[in-house]
Write a protein of this length. Structure first.
Ligand code: NDP
Length: 311
């Protein structure tokens, strides 16, 4: 492939798919490079109950697959590939793909997302959607009256613990040291919450599950006392940060110290013709619906940009 496209969309989660629907309906024949996690974070969740329009809820993989079908119906193309190098110094932008192809983009929509950091425990990936989660807003509701554990010591962990205390019978916050990165106000709020208990200087060694693959408990280890013990847990929430997928754009796009794209208003980046959508820029909301909204914004901006350029 050595083609030039009106719109190249990087990433196939809610943001990328929505951008594809809008730009395809605008007859811009977009191409989507799916990235290393086709379907994005929804592809690894189970029930989605907060995406408007589905009163009975919908499975995450089905929702994202439907979005893709909708985009394809209007002519969007999808490729299983991802960008390794991008030259954004002049238009059209030049992209080198993992499978060796080179393509040019008149506009570029970056919807590559942010990957949740995981603990890399043996059972962790297998149990995602079956008790292990990285999103309290998405999955908290499934743990009403259950025992919940949250891992982390930053603002995300505090926010998730507080939120989850509305559902769980108890929430244990596990942090590997005694010093918290979380802001004082968030930490204080959690400390005042009678449903939340703290386990500091503690790490998780293992997650236990049933024959059917549902979380039942964990093995914990105190790094100071060297004590190791087991604890019953139904919901295991990992909140140890996210890594935005912006490596190919470092040094070209304005990124914040953690690598998130800095918005220059609307869906614009510092480079004219390059737009952002979804979690690659948004570290606050990180929801399917906000990512879809951002994909729509990026598509409209790309369309207007091309029209203004007369391309
Ligand atoms: P942070 O990087 O701030 O915190 C990550 C936490 O996870 C740290 O406590 C860290 O421990 C711990 N951690 C990292 N790796 C491991 C590991 N392998 N095992 C165990 N623990 C680990 O990430 P957050 O997602 O909490 O926050 C990111 C940014 O987003 C921050 O700037 C935050 O302020 C912001 N934010 C703001 C919110 C708000 O204002 N409402 C809500 C959520 C986030 P250690 O300290 O020991 O390294």
């Amino acid at each position: 492939m050595n083609d030039i496209f009106n719109v190249v969309i990087l990433g196939s989660g809610c943001a990328g798919n929505t951008a594809a629907i809008y730009t395809a309906r605008a007859n811009l024949q977009p191409i989507v490079f799916e990235g290393h996690e086709p379907g994005g974070q929804l592809s690894i969740t189970t029930d989605v109950e907060n995406f408007p329009g589905f009163p009975e809820g919908i499975m995450g993989p089905e929702l994202v697959q439907n979005m893709r079908k909708q985009a394809e119906r209007f002519g969007a193309q999808y490729r299983q590939d991802r960008v390794l190098h991008a030259d954004l110094s002049k238009r059209p932008f030049a992209l080198e793909l993992e499978h060796g192809d080179k393509v040019k983009a008149r506009t570029l929509i970056i919807a590559t997302g942010a990957s949740a950091r995981w603990l890399n425990l043996p059972n962790e990936q297998k149990l995602i959607g079956h008790g292990v989660s990285s999103c309290a807003t998405c999955d908290g509701f499934f743990f009403r009256g259950k025992k919940i554990m949250v891992i982390g010591g930053g603002d995300s962990a505090m926010e998730e613990a507080n939120f989850l205390s509305r559902f769980g019978s108890e929430v244990a916050l596990v942090h590997r040291s005694e010093s918290f990165r979380a802001s004082k106000i968030m930490l204080d709020r959690v400390r005042k919450n009678s449903k939340i208990s703290f386990l500091t200087n503690t790490v998780v060694r293992d997650i236990h599950d049933t024959d059917k693959g549902f979380v039942t408990g964990v093995t914990l280890h105190n790094v100071l006392t060297k004590e190791t013990w087991q604890r019953d847990v139904d919901g295991f929430f990992v909140a140890i940060g996210h890594i935005p997928n912006t490596k190919p754009f470092a040094g070209q796009l304005d990124l914040d110290p953690d690598g998130y794209i800095i918005s220059h208003g609307g869906a614009r980046t510092n480079i004219t013709g390059v737009f952002h959508a979804g979690d690659v820029q948004d570290r606050i909301y990180r929801q399917a619906i906000t990512a879809s909204g951002a994909g729509c914004m990026a598509a409209i901006e790309a369309e207007r940009f091309l029209e203004a350029e007369g391309e």
